[in-house]
Design a protein around this ligand. Structure first.
Ligand SMILES: [Zn+2]
Length: 374
């Protein structure tokens, strides 16, 4: 996974770090203060979801200094949600002992269509927002520059720079949850496409006239392999009279949705319906991965989301098998890694902070984080 450009990146990062370190050691007061401020700098990343938000502070070496999670409560309205974000950021600054300072910069990964140039959340059905000027409002409250991106794009960047996709120049991330989202990295950069909406792997249509998707169309992967799709398949099988332990597990765990933990428990009790529904979802996901690989030939496909975090290799293995079977180029197919995400529910927030470093300081953390690691 090492190539020439990474090596030179490593060297540069080592030199910069070494330089700051030397100046700290010299102890010339004025210069020391400058060097210390460099080491001390951090960016705030926010992963804003429909139910909860995750906020992290990330230093320039890609280290998460602190994190905080909080419920979003979209029913309170956009301004209140914005205030909840601001409040959580301020608490986080306090946590890391920087309460008297403002954040150098903030990036929010928000769900839905984002106008990055104007800092607008154009449309976010999960939050019930249209044309909301989140960057401007949050910036006024926090007195810090704020940029926006899509939440899944941020997650892809997180995995690429700090997680399972490190070292891959070309990478695709697929996150499986209530929906299926994705992000594409080409030549180490997030690929936005002509209108800024690239990477929607969940809405690749793989079954004509298949089940209805959240987008209103039929047969998208999201309608076939998301947790929502699995839940729908289980419900219709139960209605048709199939036996299953799932309703009992949900009742016992006091769950009204078929969460990843319910799926895990059902699998542990060898529930035939759960196994069957999961296998189908894994098949469609495998076909999705193969299609993505045939189109882009990335070095790495990272698969994340709650269900992957719970089931790990048990979830991944059948997806990998189907994917490899459907690669057009069979030769050296093992050079395409299909791996589980490493950052878990920090991927989006950490990635947002990486994007803040990039957008507000022109800093590429990919280089320094690799130095950290090796
Ligand atoms: Zn769709």
């Amino acid at each position: 996974m090492t190539n020439g450009s990474q090596k030179s990146g490593q060297r540069t990062a080592i030199v910069i770090f070494h330089w700051s370190f030397v100046i700290c050691q010299i102890g010339i007061t004025g210069r020391e203060r400058v060097a210390m401020a460099k080491i001390d700098e951090f960016m705030i990343g926010v992963d804003l979801g429909g139910t909860s938000m995750m906020v992290v502070a990330l230093d320039s070496k890609g280290k998460i200094l602190a994190d905080r999670a909080r419920s979003t409560k979209p029913e309170l309205g956009a301004d209140k949600v914005m205030e909840r974000i601001a409040d959580t950021v301020e608490k986080l600054l306090f946590d890391i002992g920087k309460g008297v300072r403002k954040a150098e910069g903030v990036c929010v990964g928000a769900p839905g269509v984002i106008d990055r140039e104007n800092g607008l959340v154009v449309r976010a059905p999960n939050l019930n927002w249209t044309e909301y000027p989140l960057a401007k409002k949050l910036s006024q409250v926090l007195h810090s520059p704020v940029v926006l991106d899509n939440d899944v794009n941020a997650g892809a960047v997180g995995e690429h720079v700090l997680g399972a996709g490190r070292g891959a120049r070309n990478m695709v991330a697929i996150f499986v949850g209530t929906g299926i989202g994705g992000g594409v990295i080409i030549n180490d950069e997030l690929y936005y496409g002509g209108r800024g909406s690239a990477g929607e792997v969940g809405h690749m249509k793989i079954l004509a006239d298949g089940p209805v998707c959240g987008c209103g169309r039929r047969g998208c992967v999201e309608a076939l392999a998301s947790r929502t799709a699995m839940e729908r398949d289980v419900e219709s099988a139960l209605k048709a009279g199939r036996e299953s332990a799932i309703p009992e597990i949900m009742k016992r765990d006091n769950r009204d949705r078929m969460t990843s933990s319910v799926i895990q428990e059902a699998l542990q009790s060898r529930d035939a319906l759960m196994e069957e529904v999961l296998r189908r979802a894994q098949l469609y996901l495998g076909l999705l991965v193969a299609s993505v690989v045939n189109l882009l030939d990335p070095q790495c496909v990272v698969i994340g989301g709650g269900i992957v975090e719970r089931l790990k290799e048990d979830f991944l293995r059948p997806v990998q098998m189907t994917a490899y079977e459907h690669f057009l180029r069979v030769k050296d197919s093992n050079r395409v890694k299909i791996v589980a995400s490493e950052l878990g529910d920090h991927a989006g927030a950490a990635g947002a902070a990486v994007l803040a470093w990039r957008a507000l300081k022109g800093m590429d953390l990919r280089k320094s984080s690799m130095t950290n690691d090796k």
